[in-house]
Design a protein around this ligand. Sequence first.
Ligand code: AMP
Length: 377
Amino acid sequence: MKKEIRKVLVINSGSSSLKYQLFDMTKGERLAKGLVERIGCGGPKDHTEALKQVVADLGNPKDIDAIGHRVLHGAEVFKDSVKMNVANMAKCKKLVKFGPLHMPANLGGIEACEKIFKGVPNVAVFDTAFHQTMPDCAAMYAIDPKYYKKMGIRKYGFHGTSHKFITQEAAKFLKKPLAKVNLVTCHLGNGSSLAAVKNGQCVDTSMGLTPLAGMVMGTRCGDIDAAAVLSIMEAEKLTPAEADTLLNKKSGLLALTGSSDCRDICAKADKGDKAAELALEMLAYRVAFYIGGYNTVIGGADAIVMTGGIGENSKEVRERIVRRLGALGIKLDKKANNVRGQTAVISTKDSKIPVVIIPTNEELAIAQDTVRVLGKM
Ligand code: AMP
């Protein structure tokens, strides 16, 4: 008989930090969470040492049944989460080129678990997997197809675990079968992306080959004319690595206002700061613009769903977005919008499409997927 999977450890292994959460899946309850920082730069020397610290923090548990890992990129190889083994690790290692910063750390976390939790199954949950149902017309770039064939250059999308989780939660909330639900899901945080979900499946998303595309984000520029980047590189004599840092780490809200934190920017805008005001309107404009497009793509949404640090918490940003959706017959209920971090409908009863906040929980989603994948085997 198959052993019941009760305790699932979820690992989010980054280049210099390792976040973990432990769940009791019989109750869907979180038992512990923590963070090990400064890996390889003053703290533990590598991910194995970091994991030893996690084991100690958890009091040397002997009853962990499975481990779920967040992995950045599954490319076209992994369309769903998988149980790790030698063959799948080899396939993952070939995908490091798609995430040279994150992938080695993600895979290092898995290898560390294989060493320390001997015999406990590891499941990789990919940020890209939910978006693998996108049709080619949404996923391909209009460049010579040889770059797709040789290098895999196409749109992959990210935050898939979150978009999938809120899609499932929204279907339950709307009392619709998952296979029939049409949504625009908005994950708005420090990194932000939208997804168009038709019949429960992703048909488009705003991030691209990398997480740089789409929304105006904390430190990323989002959509930009590629020729603008070439002009800046030429004028400032930037290497590709320097341009990457400029666009990913020194752009977005940070470049526009001096802060990447939405709370600071809302406070500044409240005091009449023009740069903060413009940044918030740029952010809201782009979200509303994509919502309009995605509503067309899916043939009409059953709901617009908002999540992430900003989507769940910032009534100011939500109001700025919904204000721009009048053409879709969407109306904000200002009183209902005065909420934080909880499932709530923030549109009026006569709004043509409801706008719903659904808090995301990527770690729980990874734990649930771990149980599902192992249960299938
Ligand atoms: P995340 O990356 O999902 O953790 O989201 C981080 C973003 O959420 C930051 O820009 C925060 O400023 C924003 N955020 C968190 N709490 C609030 C809040 N109460 N009001 C406005 N923004 C918030």
